[in-house]
Design a protein. Structure first.
Length: 522
């Protein structure tokens, strides 16, 4: 009997201990020391606790600051999830603390050094992921990076087959010791915002090198676009066994090519990537959205910036980007519950075969039809031989011009480079009108270059072009009746049309003729 009682007592103690251990109070990972909250908007805060627990969150200002605090409560659902929204707060460089408590288990948690200012999400592939340490003039940038009111959260999760509830990462304040790991594009963008707005800036970096846009948009959003059926079919029919077999053959050919290159004293070709490993890393269609974007929703942000497209410039893929980018933007906005500002970086000048690079650029230009969007044109600041150009300072500055001039209503020289807004065919001349050229257009470094013209035979000829205010007049002696014009329609073009603010014009075409490289892949 004594043994039985002891066993029963031990079991009861284990049960009680298990209950105590199960008591939970957790904030989403994006809420941590040094974070920045969005000013002048309702701030969402969420986490997990025991089902039915009343969770209280209080923002407390620094002693003597004269600012009022806020206190809210919410009850955890059956799944343990709780969420609350705080009233809009003005910008604040004086640190706040956030105290969290649960009615079950008397659990408490506290984070500090919280600022209130402007928060932006940055996403995309390697040119967004690329750190300041790899940007131009890093040593100089490092020594001057004393910006404690600029903070960055680096999202470190992997892709996932299903949407994840929480992410990984932490907020880090900018300093000479930390800036090297900051996304260069985001950092230089945020630094310009801080200099002009004089408020704290929070930057969330959720990006992965080498990834296609279909990994970043939710599968549901892409399923709703008929033009993307081929992409979704490719995903559903992905056969890892067949892909592995194809890879093994490619690997064998590569080894032979390496040996030959070595014997000939030539550079070795690039090793092929394992498609199965790549597929698993990205989590398939929507995988990076599930793993690296979904857990951030609905963290309150001002807007998002996007730097991606290289992975979608392959033959047969570029023409789909005109549907993919709008689908991603609309889906993210829908899930956040607002049409927040969204800008992207158009692909820079870079030597690449085929026309996929230009088609992605064109898709980015077309996507400007969506409201509250912007595009940074970088056709003049890329690197012909480096897909990761180092001048991220100018990329960030141009993003800031758009944000300052549109989102924040400040007066700037120009928010964009010239964009084509209309064309008129006059006998042997074609007249192209441009927006973002109110002070006129200029040809940088000599006569205007980069225009070609075609007649009904679709044979392209180098065109003569001259500027007339905010218009360009194009002609060619060999073409009496032109029907189409293209500008900078090359991956690495020679072109020099700018506005007087020093921003380049976007590559474009007036025709919609099928692109041979795309047709050959279909």
């Amino acid at each position: 009997m004594i043994v039985k009682i002891n066993i029963l007592s031990a079991s009861l103690m284990l049960l009680i201990a298990g209950t105590v251990q199960a008591a939970e109070l957790k904030l989403a990972a994006v809420f941590s020391d040094h974070m920045v909250l969005q000013r002048d908007k309702q701030v969402a805060v969420w986490g997990w606790a025991d089902a039915g627990a009343e969770v209280t969150v209080e923002f407390a200002p620094s002693a003597g600051s004269g600012r009022a605090g806020q206190k809210k409560s919410a009850r955890a659902g059956v799944d343990g999830k709780w969420m609350m929204k705080f009233d809009p707060m003005p910008a604040c460089a004086e640190p706040l603390t956030m105290e969290v408590s649960s009615s079950i288990g008397n659990l408490k948690s506290k984070i500090g050094d919280i600022l209130v200012g402007e928060v932006w999400l940055g996403s995309g592939q390697s040119n967004m992921a690329m750190g300041v340490a790899r940007a131009r003039d890093f040593e100089t940038e490092k020594t001057t990076a004393h910006w404690p009111l600029i903070r960055m959260f680096r999202e470190e999760s992997s892709g996932s087959k299903i949407p994840q509830l929480d992410c990984k990462g932490k907020w880090v304040a900018c300093s000479p010791e930390t800036v090297g790991s900051f996304s260069a594009t985001l950092y230089f963008f945020g630094r310009e915002l801080y200099r002009e707005l004089k408020v704290p800036v929070g930057l969330i970096n959720s990006s992965v090198g080498g990834t296609p846009i279909e990994s970043w948009a939710s599968a549901e959003a892409q399923d709703r676009v008929p033009e993307l059926n081929a992409v979704t079919k490719e995903e559903t029919e992905f056969d890892p066994v067949a892909a592995k077999a194809t890879y093994e053959k490619a690997l064998s050919r590569w080894k032979t090519a390496v040996a030959k290159a070595k014997a000939d004293g030539k550079p070795a070709p690039r090793k092929p990537k394992d498609p199965v490993e790549q597929h698993n890393r990205k989590g398939g269609m929507g995988g990076l959205f599930n793993g690296k974007i979904a857990p951030l929703i609905p963290y309150t942000i001002r807007g998002a910036v996007w730097y991606q497209g290289e992975a979608n410039s392959r033959p047969g893929k570029g023409s789909l980007y005109q549907y993919q980018l709008p689908a991603l933007i609309s889906d993210w906005r829908s899930r956040w519950g607002e049409d927040f500002a969204f800008a992207w970086v158009q692909l820079p000048n870079f030597k690449r075969e085929g026309e996929g690079w230009m088609l992605v650029r064109e898709a980015m230009l077309k996507t400007l039809r969506l409201p509250q969007t912007g595009m940074v044109i970088t056709v003049d600041i890329g690197d012909s031989g480096n897909i990761h150009p180092e001048n991220k300072q100018e990329v960030g500055r141009r993003l800031s011009l758009w944000a300052l001039g549109t989102v924040y209503g400040q007066k700037v020289a120009a928010i964009s480079g010239p964009l084509p807004t209309g064309n008129e065919f006059r006998s042997s001349d074609v007249v192209i009108s441009f927006t973002h050229a109110s002070d006129g257009l200029v040809a940088k470094d000599g006569a205007l270059k980069g225009f070609v013209i075609a007649g009904e035979d679709r044979q392209w000829k180098t065109a003569q072009a001259r500027i007339d205010g905010n218009k360009v007049i194009i002609s060619c002696p060999d073409i009496k009746k032109p029907v189409a014009v293209r500008y900078a329609w090359e991956a690495d073009p020679v072109c020099n049309l700018f506005n007087r603010a020093g921003l380049p014009a976007s590559p474009f075409r007036t025709d919609d003729w099928p692109v041979l490289s795309e047709l050959n892949e279909k």
